[in-house]
Design a protein around this ligand. Structure first.
Ligand SMILES: [Cu+2]
Length: 66
């Protein structure tokens, strides 16, 4: 089990949240994705590596900050 807590500064609206969530679920359909639009925080519980999660978000077109 991987827990990844990152900031995605360019996550600006509900569509971004959906895009990011879908990208994560494409690599792990059972992933739990929590997002906070105000703080731009994304927290993911998944069974794939943190690298795979980060890459999925980046490939969806978003910047991942620590
Ligand atoms: Cu958006």
């Amino acid at each position: 089990m991987t827990t990844l807590a990152v900031t995605v500064p360019d996550m600006a609206c509900g569509a971004c949240v959906t895009t990011i969530t879908d990208a994560v679920k494409a690599v792990d359909p059972s992933a739990e994705v929590k997002t906070n639009l105000e703080s731009k925080a994304v927290e993911i519980n998944a069974s794939v590596t943190a690298d795979a999660l980060t890459q999925a978000i980046q490939q969806a077109g978003y910047t991942v900050a620590g």
